[in-house]
Design a protein around this ligand. Structure first.
Ligand code: XMP
Length: 514
């Protein structure tokens, strides 16, 4: 049975993601597509899924900018209902010759809307609603066949509907939690207007993922990159269900792992019951990274070496395909979707060299967010320590050493990380945390150790809370725990004279330092 689906047209930034997540939370499947998607491309997508609605996301552009993203008119007037959010609303107004101009006053943050007609997307809303907006342009008028449903102080047309066609627009962001009844707007659109049935559940997708791997790889053999983390362990288990003995899990030790990790992954390989090989490639990685300081360069080198090691290992096992645990945000942050900008090249996406010796790369989790992968992992009955393990980036400690990498620096950051983990887990503080780790900065600082001046390194502690790594806030670790961590690090690691705590959220920061 084809899934009822809402396509989210991506006009930039993270809005498209948030919208897509909100739809999935309603058990309706949603995919993000580029804003340039045409009607005939939608017809192609219809072969796989049942496209019942289209949402045009917000985005950073102004409609009058030279290269402002536009929309195929055929899409707007197709029989599929369309909802434009923020930039999406302005774009619709512009396309139908409405008046869109810079707002007299830009509206940013929490505001209030007056609901004139609580119908269509606004069904069930109160006369006055708390909303969240962020816009520079406003719509001042729309043609007669449009009905204005809401306004704000600076925005006379804050929501509208086209009486003849199923076209809707809303200036504020229903996908953002600060909009009080945002969830109602989304469910009005997907259920009442588009008629979707809430039948999609990520756990119900497992068989499809297994089948997809089977279909892609066919009778060939494959290797799966197993790091021991949640994503790769889940991908490996799915691939193993699909391919059985034709699959070999490869664990590459690049010398940039956390303390005790190689041993743990070997045990995991046995537990999962799949063919497993351990490749010690630490020398090769350290050689390739010698003297490299630029973080993007580090990631690219690691990505390249990873693939080369896999190719060599695959050759030994006559494997033609590479299976990876890439998830949706990895692709977005690597700039793989049209309007997203490169934030970091995740080693397993943008870091992949353009010429690879595999017939294909198989990524069964490529459309999923971390919390969705976790649900699948639970369904697969993966060990608890995997399901709840904190994420660890593929390039490992390389992106937690600011500046060039040496073996001693790796040891320092590994020892500091051991201390952070032990103290956080020992106090049960890990439960609410997404990640907690140490970073070796390239700052030198003066300290005093044993009555004499000591000029040494600075370690930064990072601990964050998040649900999907797209946004994060720093954890409020009790001072007492921070003090013990700091004392232990400066006592146990001779080179370190200072420990600092990172109190930035994402955005504007990212979780990892590099
Ligand atoms: P940032 O630092 O971008 O990280 O906020 C978001 C999440 O992704 C992890 N991360 C990576 N994972 N390869 C990975 O497999 C990478 O190159 C990479 N870079 C960051 C990071 O630990 C966090 O969970």
């Amino acid at each position: 049975m084809k899934q009822d689906t809402i396509l989210v047209f991506d006009f930039g930034g993270q809005y498209a993601h948030l919208i897509s997540r909100r739809i999935r939370e309603n058990n309706v499947y949603s995919e993000i597509v580029p804003n340039t998607t045409t009607l005939s491309e939608i017809e192609n997508i219809q072969r796989r899924v049942n496209v019942k609605g289209i949402i045009l996301s917000g985005g950073p552009s102004s409609i009058y900018e030279k290269n402002a993203p536009k929309l195929d008119k055929g899409v707007l007037y197709s029989p599929i209902p369309v909802l434009g959010i923020c930039y999406g609303l302005q774009l619709i107004a512009y396309s139908v010759n409405g008046e869109v101009t810079p707002a007299k006053k830009k509206e940013y943050g929490i505001s209030f809307a007056t609901i004139k007609h609580a119908k269509g997307i606004l069904k069930g809303l109160h006369r006055r609603e708390q909303i969240w907006m962020s816009h520079g342009d406003s719509v001042y008028s729309v043609p007669d066949n449009f009905e204005v449903l809401a306004s704000t102080e600076n925005c006379p047309v804050a929501a509208f509907m086209d009486r003849q066609n199923e076209i809707y627009g809303i200036q504020w962001h229903p996908e953002v939690v600060h909009t009080k009844n945002g969830a109602r707007v989304i469910s009005n659109f997907i259920f009442d207007i588009c008629g979707c049935k809430p039948t999609w559940k990520v756990v119900g997708m497992l068989d499809r993922y297994v089948d997809e791997v089977k279909r892609q790889v066919g009778k060939d053999k494959a290797v799966v990159a197993l790091s021991g983390g949640l994503d790769s362990s889940t991908a490996a288990t799915i691939a193993s269900k699909a391919l059985g003995r034709n699959l070999t899990a490869v664990f590459v030790d690049h010398g940039l792992l956390r303390g005790g990790e190689p041993k743990q992954v070997k045990v995991l390989g046995k537990k999962l019951g799949i063919n497993f090989v351990y490749v010690d490639a630490s020398r090769r990685f350290m050689e390739a990274l010698k003297g490299v300081t630029d973080p993007e360069q580090k990631r690219k080198i690691i990505g390249r070496e990873f693939i080369r090691v896999f190719e060599e290992t695959a050759k030994r096992y006559n494997a033609k395909y590479l299976v990876q645990g890439t998830i949706y945000p990895d692709r977005i942050e690597s700039g793989q979707t049209k309007n997203s900008k490169v934030i970091k090249t995740h080693h397993n996406v943008g870091g992949i060299p353009s010429v690879i010796k595999f017939k294909g790369i198989v990524e069964p989790l490529r459309e999923l967010y971390k919390d969705e992968v976790r649900k699948i992992a639970k369904q697969l009955k993966l060990p608890k320590e995997i399901v709840y393990r904190q994420p660890f980036p593929g390039p490992g400690l390389a992106v937690r050493i600011v500046g060039d990498i040496t073996e001693r620096k790796v040891e320092i950051v590994r020892n500091a990380d051991n201390i952070v983990r032990a103290e956080i887990i020992g106090r049960g503080l890990d439960k609410g945390m997404w990640q907690y780790f140490a970073v070796l900065t390239d700052t030198k600082s003066t300290g005093v150790k044993g009555d004499s001046r000591s000029y040494g390194s600075v370690i930064a502690i990072r601990a964050v809370e998040s649900t999907d790594a797209m946004t994060a806030s720093f954890s409020r670790i009790p001072y007492e725990a921070l003090e013990t961590i700091s004392t232990r690090i400066t006592n146990e690691i001779p080179e370190v004279v200072r420990v600092v705590y990172d109190i930035t959220n994402k955005p504007p920061s990212t979780i990892e330092w590099e």
